[in-house]
Design a protein around this ligand. Structure first.
Ligand SMILES: *Cc1c(COP(=O)(O)O)cnc(C)c1O
Length: 399
C-alpha cells in the first residue's frame, strides 16, 4: 500500500534560501515592471534604463557565427576553459591594445560573459565571513556573488570629490586585514568615471600590502571619447601577481545576448575560477567563441565606430541637460551619463517623475548603492533623435 502523505496533495511548502533574501530586488526587474505598466498605458517610452547597446552586432561577427554554427564539432560540449584559439585571440588583443603579455594557456579563461565570471569568482576565493571590498555605487553582481559565497561585503564609497575613485586609505586596517578580494571597475558603471594608471598602481600596492586579490572589471575599456584611451590594471608591473582583469565582448561589440568574455591574469585565480565553472557550467558555445575571435580581430575599427556613435549621443544629452540647469561632467568613457537630480528630488522620485511625466526610463542611482543617491544613470542606448526627443520632454517639465 502506498501511503498518501497529506502534503503531497497540496504540494511542498517551498522556503527559499536565506542568501536569496539578502539580495535587494534586482534593479532592472523593478524598472521592467514599471516600464511594462507605462507601456500598457500606451506611453511612447524612451528607454535609457538598462546598459544594453541598441546598435546591432556588426554583420561580420554574425556571419562568423553562422559559419561556426554549421560545424558539428561545435555542437558538442566545449572545454570549460575555452577554445585555445579564442584564448589566444584574447591574449593577442591584450598585447596589441595594452602591451600586456599573457600566457593564453594559463592566464586566459573564456567566460560566458563578464557577469558569469564576476558572480562565480567569490566561490573560488572566499571562505564564509571573509571580506570582499567593492565600490558603492556599483554593478550589482559584485555584491550578489559575494553574498552567494557567504562573504562579507565592505563598500568603498565612490565620491564625486575623489573623481569617483575609492579612497584606499579610508579602508580601516581591520577590514583590510580580513579582506580577501577587491572588485574595482573602470571605466565605471554607473558613474562613467575613468581611472588613471596611477590609481591602478595604488591598488596593486594596496593589494600586495594586505594580500588581497584584485578583480578589475574592464568591461567598458573600448567605449571611449575625445581621443581618451582607458588603461588596463595589468599594465602595472606586478599586477598579474595580484589578480585578474575581466573583459567582455558585450559592450564593445554590441554582443550582450551572445554571452562571451574572458578573465585574464593570475594563473591560480584563473585556475580556481575554471574549477568552479567546470562544476557549474560547461563553458561557452564554441561557435560563439569562434565569432568572438572575429570580433577581437576587428576590435579597433568596431570600437572606433561605436564610440563615435555614443559620443555624439553623449554630447546631445549633456547639452540638453545643461540647457535645463543640470550640470553634468561629460564621461570620457562608458556609455553612461551620471546626472545629479534636481533639488527637492531623490533619485527614485526623479526617475518616477521622468517615467510618469516624460515617458523616459532611466535608473535611480540609489539602486546601485547608498552612495548612488542623488544621481540618476542615463544610458546612451537610444539614437540621437530619440535623445533629442527625451531632452525636449525633459525641458517641457520645467524643473
Ligand atoms: C554589463 C556589465 C557586465 C556584464 O557584462 P556581460 O559580459 O554581458 O556579462 C559586467 N560588469 C559591468 C560593470 C557591466 O556594466
Amino acid at each position: 500500500m502506498i501511503e498518501q502523505h497529506p502534503q503531497s496533495a497540496s504540494g511542498v511548502e517551498v522556503t527559499l534560501s536565506k542568501r536569496l533574501s539578502l539580495l535587494p530586488p534586482y534593479l532592472f526587474v523593478e524598472i521592467d515592471r514599471k516600464k511594462r505598466e507605462a507601456q500598457a498605458r500606451g506611453v511612447d517610452l524612451i528607454n535609457l534604463g538598462i546598459g544594453d547597446p541598441d546598435i546591432p552586432t556588426p554583420p561580420s561577427i554574425v556571419e562568423a557565427l553562422k559559419v561556426a554554427a554549421e560545424k558539428p564539432v561545435n555542437h558538442r560540449y566545449p572545454e570549460t576553459e575555452g577554445l585555445p584559439a579564442f584564448r589566444q585571440a584574447c591574449a593577442r588583443w591584450y598585447r596589441n591594445r595594452f602591451g600586456v603579455i599573457l600566457d593564453s594557456d594559463k592566464e586566459v579563461l573564456t567566460l560566458i560573459g563578464a557577469k558569469e565570471g564576476i558572480g562565480h569568482l567569490p566561490l573560488a576565493l572566499i571562505e564564509p565571513g571573509e571580506v570582499v571590498l567593492m565600490p558603492d555605487p556599483a554593478y550589482p553582481v559584485y555584491y550578489s556573488g559575494t553574498v552567494f559565497a557567504c562573504g562579507e561585503p565592505y563598500f568603498m564609497p565612490l565620491l564625486k570629490e575623489n573623481g569617483f575613485l575609492p579612497d584606499l586609505k579610508a579602508i580601516p586596517q581591520d577590514v583590510a586585514r580580513r579582506a580577501k578580494l577587491m572588485f574595482i571597475n573602470y571605466p565605471n558603471n554607473p558613474t562613467g568615471a575613468v581611472a588613471p594608471l596611477e590609481f591602478y598602481q595604488d591598488v596593486v600596492e594596496f593589494a600586495q600590502q594586505h594580500n588581497i586579490v584584485v578583480c578589475s572589471d574592464n568591461t567598458y575599456s573600448e567605449i571611449r571619447f575625445d581621443g581618451y584611451r582607458p588603461v588596463s590594471m595589468l599594465q602595472v608591473p606586478g599586477a598579474k601577481e595580484v589578480g585578474i582583469e575581466i573583459h567582455s565582448l558585450s559592450k564593445t561589440f554590441s554582443m550582450t545576448g551572445w554571452r562571451i568574455g574572458c578573465a585574464v591574469g593570475h594563473p591560480k585565480v584563473v585556475e580556481g575560477l575554471c574549477a568552479i565553472k567546470s562544476n557549474l557550467d560547461s563553458g561557452a558555445f564554441q561557435a560563439v567563441q569562434e565569432a568572438g575571435i572575429t570580433a577581437l580581430e576587428h576590435a579597433e575599427e568596431v570600437a572606433t565606430a561605436h564610440s563615435a556613435v555614443y559620443q555624439e549621443r553623449r554630447d546631445v544629452l549633456i547639452e540638453a541637460l545643461r540647457g535645463i540647469g543640470i550640470e553634468v561632467e561629460p564621461p570620457k568613457a562608458s556609455f553612461y551619463v551620471w546626472a545629479p537630480v534636481p533639488k527637492g528630488h531623490t533619485s527614485a522620485s526623479f526617475v518616477d517623475m521622468l517615467l510618469d511625466k516624460a515617458g523616459i526610463v532611466c535608473t535611480p542611482g540609489r539602486g546601485f548603492g547608498v552612495y548612488g543617491e542623488g544621481y540618476v544613470r542615463i544610458a546612451l542606448t537610444a539614437d540621437v533623435s530619440r535623445l533629442r526627443e527625451a531632452a525636449d520632454r525633459i525641458a517641457r517639465l520645467r524643473l
